[in-house]
Design a protein around this ligand. Structure first.
Ligand code: HEM
Ligand code: HEM
Length: 182
């Protein structure tokens, strides 16, 4: 077994990390756009559209992950660290999935629906229900915070491996110029 992730897993990991960073900045910027203005409608629909595309990439990543075994951790990895890695990676995947899903579900319980890139209107399939909308909207906001917490933990774990254990864990997820064709 190789000691690093497949190049497709590495590409999806870093591409999605960068896109998520942009989508977060976009989401927080929305808070500054005045409500009930055409400008807000424009930016919200753009955020929804980019969010749905990122959601498709996340789905692709999850399908890839379910059908491809990751490289095994070094044999000396303590049991608690294996469990912590599995749990936190599971939470990262769950939050990554819930972000676009909750946004999409909320949109379908509001009269606005989604206007893809402000061009193609996807009519909502749910009723215009303020309570259901608020539930999914709150889920979207709460999950955003939980995901940030787990990404910070994730980065701390990588730093611990680099600076304390000095086992160069990051090379498992780092893009490289040449790799064997498996
Ligand atoms: C990976 C995907 C996504 C990420 C990371 C993301 C992130 C965010 C963030 C950080 C906010 C600001 C939350 C806050 O103010 O506390 C936000 C707001 C929002 N997002 Fe997303 N989003 C994503 C996808 C979507 C999708 C697919 C939709 C709908 C189809 C959507 C609809 C909205 C709406 C309507 C708001 C404004 C909520 C409000 O101010 O009440 N998002 N998003
Ligand atoms: C939005 C940001 C990020 C998300 C959502 C994310 C998510 C993930 C997930 C889900 C895995 C598990 C892969 C699997 O086995 O299926 C993973 C692995 C990994 N990530 Fe991230 N990541 C992010 C940012 C980062 C950053 C900034 C770094 C570097 C500091 C990093 C370094 C790594 C490394 C080294 C691994 C492999 C761990 C191992 O060998 O078991 N990630 N990431």
């Amino acid at each position: 077994m190789p000691a690093h992730y497949h190049r497709i897993a590495i590409t999806l990991h870093w591409l999605i990390a960068v896109l998520l960073l942009g989508q977060y900045l976009f989401g927080w910027y929305l808070g500054d756009v005045p409500r009930n203005t055409p400008e807000r409608g424009f930016f919200i629909n753009l955020h929804k559209s980019t969010g749905l595309l990122i959601g498709l990439l996340i789905l692709l990543r999850i399908v890839w992950r379910l059908t491809h075994t990751p490289p095994p951790l070094p044999a000396a990895t303590p049991h608690w660290q294996r469990r912590a890695a599995n749990l936190s990676h599971g939470m990262l995947y769950a939050c990554m999935l819930l972000m676009p899903l909750s946004g999409y579900l909320a949109s379908n319980f509001s009269k606005h629906g989604v206007k893809l890139f402000n061009m193609v209107r996807l009519a909502p399939w749910g009723s215009d229900d303020k309570v259901i909308y608020a539930f999914f909207n709150q889920t979207h906001k709460l999950t955003a915070l939980v995901l940030v917490a787990f990404v910070l933990l994730h980065i701390l774990a990588v730093l611990k491996h680099q600076l304390i254990d000095r086992d160069n864990l990051i090379s498992r997820m780092w893009p490289r110029a040449t790799r064997p064709p498996f």
